[in-house]
Design a protein around this ligand. Sequence first.
Ligand code: 1HN
Length: 349
Amino acid sequence: MRSEPIAARTPEREAFYQHISGGNLAPLWERLHALVTAEPVSPVQPAIWHYREVRPHLMRAGELISAEEATRRVLILENPGLKGQTSITHSLFAGLQLILPGEVAPAHRHTQSALRFIIEGEGAYTAVDGERTTMHPGDFVITPSWTWHDHGNPSSAPMVWLDGLDIPIVRLLDASFAEPGDRAMQAVTRPEGDNEARFANNLLPVDWRPAVKTSPVFNYPYSRSRASLEVMSRNGEPDPCHGHKLRYVNPATGDFAMPTIAAFIQLLPAGFATRPYRSTAATVFVAVEGEGQTRIGDQLFEWQAHDIFVVPSWAPVSHQAAREAVLFSYSDRPVQEKLGLWREQRGNA
Ligand code: 1HN
């Protein structure tokens, strides 16, 4: 790819740059080539977290601090190219949250939006603005911006889920607001299942109009998404780049379920290998079922259920399933699409 020439450095120019820096001035021509690149250049690195290696650390965190004291007992999945930045890509946060039996993660709200993808355990709940939903492995659960939320685990086993948040996007825009609730557990004002009945059955309350940009459905249970993948995989050919892939949508608008984060679920048939694919949306993947391997650029990552890996912007990715496999994934695609920035490339260039 062609690129523009880089200006020569001379002692005279260096002295000038030094001189003007005191006045908060800098020469753009020294920086232009690093800012306006011919294609995405990212410090974000491909990386994988094997659940069997991370889980013992999470359980150790469970001995060291309570959910209540921590507010949220989360181990950050920090991109090795973004050390200290609390993010897995430039725009997204990922972490693994543990709630032990009997614990409560106290109510709070913030402008950052969160998704939960349930990894392990059965029967903990999250409450969102007065309604609880019980979480099961593979469920995709949403906490919309500025909604009260607390989590509790009345079951007898540890509960672990992946937290995906738009923390770095809100940080970029300096738009963070947050407040704690007056009580650890918010009041329950609607019975469990109310939201599903109103919004998740291809029906909407007759005069209801969306007041916010996030889906009114806040739990997309795995039982339903898995059943769709099953039927889809029996009745049609897989997409060469994606296998059988679905996106989670807001039923009121047809748009992605969240304004800042897109989420997907895909089935790769046993032995299936996808063609290379890349997009400008760096993506976090969770292996839900099965095992396989994913090539990201020139690196090969082997995964099995519960492993988490990240694909940087514009890095070619191809998956191969050793057994039938299901992958969940999320990215900042809705933001890029709304700004007219999202690009993809299917197959080799
Ligand atoms: C948060 O509020 C939760 O509510 C989880 O469960 C992870 C990561 C960063 C900032 C806030 C939660 C979070 C978080």
